[in-house]
Ligand binder design. Structure first.
Ligand code: BGC
Length: 431
């Protein structure tokens, strides 16, 4: 691990920093977006009006620890944005927190909107293009209490928020994405747990327990939602959200992002096409009318007759996913073919304590992006997950996805060699 000071010193003296490019470096297209990503709830801290906050504090709940102060990015964003710009990145993908901006149904906080205007201004001052996600998993607690995405009027409520937020912030946003990975609930039905239950079934029983514990009979929160009800509403939320954003600023590019694994058939009787239809189908269809589409890929999935097979004899990352950077190339090609719109890699990364493996993962993933570009696939940018170690949802702070390490006692940031490596590629626009 190297500190920011060390990084800047070596850059100033010209001493070799990780990722110094060779003369044979291969360029990316001019104007390619090089970014890093975070999500509000995972880094800001004290997101107390969100649906997740009470769940994190339930005794015997699914969360290993609460998000608490997280990385205190809510206060430290000026430093974090300056740092990412100094590293060489020209794009920052982050989310605005709906529960801060609309903490009660139809009550909008001007002060919180002003906060996000300041975040956007910090990006612009640093020469960084902001890509804003309007909802990255979390929703306001009031919205979850009344049934969340399961309710037919949910898309309308989300669109109202999109319209209000765009009125205050839209002039400073570079790219807008409505929802982050709205297809996750569909994916859970394909994952079988050791006892034979699917993850979807396990979470469904968790849903009843949470409702009882919170004394809220309609409570419905992202992964715990009943997918049969929530998934069609999420598709509508995206399209209505997009229209709401465009009604304020027609020229603002709008898209959304999906969780996509590189699906590979286990045998000739694999249900791969069924899986793709269930997990991506309606969303990829909706994306055809967007300005761009966000691919979020971490690994591959081997699809058998019933479900996904666990990785065999493979190097695993801290999240138990197979180390398989080539997955990105395959999902980009698939998404480009299905949507027909420009592709933005909005997330790709690896949870590891071994930063050299992170560098290797990035190098191979980017080589795949270049092969797509060589074949004239329209890829506009690569945004790495994540800028810094953060709250990895129910796994807490253990998995390390960050290009930057965070000491949670002191909130001190330490730049890892992988940040310098990817930052150098970004700066030179070449691999
Ligand atoms: C999510 C992130 C998450 C990452 C790693 C993506 O599915 O958008 O919020 O931290 O994967 O698990």
């Amino acid at each position: 691990m190297i500190t920011r000071r060390a990084l800047l010193t070596s850059a100033a003296t010209g001493a070799a920093v990780p990722g110094m490019l060779s003369a044979a470096a291969k360029p990316f297209p001019k104007g390619f977006l090089w970014g890093v990503a975070t999500a509000g709830h995972q880094v800001e801290g004290n997101n107390i009006n969100s649906d997740l906050w009470p769940q994190e504090h339930l005794p015997g709940g699914l969360f290993t620890e609460p998000s608490g102060d997280a990385c205190d990015h809510y206060h430290l964003y000026p430093h974090d944005i300056r740092l990412l710009a100094e590293l060489g990145f020209n794009t920052y993908r982050f989310s605005i927190e709906w529960s801060r901006i609309e903490p009660e149904d139809a009550f909008f906080s001007r002060a919180e909107l002003e906060h996000y205007r300041r975040v956007l201004a910090a990006c612009r001052e640093a020469g960084v293009t902001p890509m804003v996600t309007y909802s990255h998993f979390t929703v306001p607690r009031w919205f979850a209490m009344r049934g969340g995405w399961e309710k037919a009027d949910a898309p309308g409520r989300f669109a109202r928020f999109c319209e209000r937020a765009t009125r205050s912030l839209g002039d400073m946003i570079g790219y807008a994405t409505t929802l982050n990975e709205p297809n996750v609930a569909a994916l859970l039905d394909w994952i079988t747990l050791p006892g034979g239950q699917t993850m979807g079934q396990m979470l469904a029983s968790g849903r009843s327990a949470i409702r009882k514990q919170l004394g809220a009979p309609d409570f419905s929160s992202f992964v715990f939602a009943d997918g049969r009800l929530s998934l069609p509403n999420l598709v509508r939320a995206h399209t209505q959200g997009r229209e709401a954003i465009k009604s304020v600023r027609a020229g603002l590019p709008v898209g959304f992002s999906l969780a996509m694994s590189d699906d590979q058939p286990a045998s000739s009787s694999s249900r791969i096409e069924e899986k793709r239809a269930a997990v991506y189908g309606p969303f990829l269809e909706a994306a055809r009318k967007d300005d761009f589409f966000g691919v979020q890929t971490y690994t591959r999935a081997v699809v058998a007759e019933k479900d996904l097979l666990p990785p065999k004899d493979a190097e695993l990352t801290q999240t138990g996913w197979e180390f398989y950077p080539e997955a990105l190339e395959h999902t980009i090609r698939y998404a480009a073919q299905k949507t027909g719109v420009p592709i933005m890699v909005t997330e790709n990364g690896i949870a590891t304590d071994d930063d050299e493996r992170r560098i290797e993962y990035i190098r191979r993933a980017l080589a795949g992006v270049q092969r797509c570009l060589d074949d004239h696939v329209d890829v506009r940018g690569y945004i790495h997950w994540s800028l810094m170690d953060n709250f990895e949802w129910n796994s807490g702070f253990k998995p390390k996805f960050g290009l930057i390490a965070v000491d949670r006692e002191t909130q001190k940031r330490s730049v890892r060699p992988s940040a310098a490596y990817l930052g150098n590629i970004a700066r030179h626009n070449a691999l």
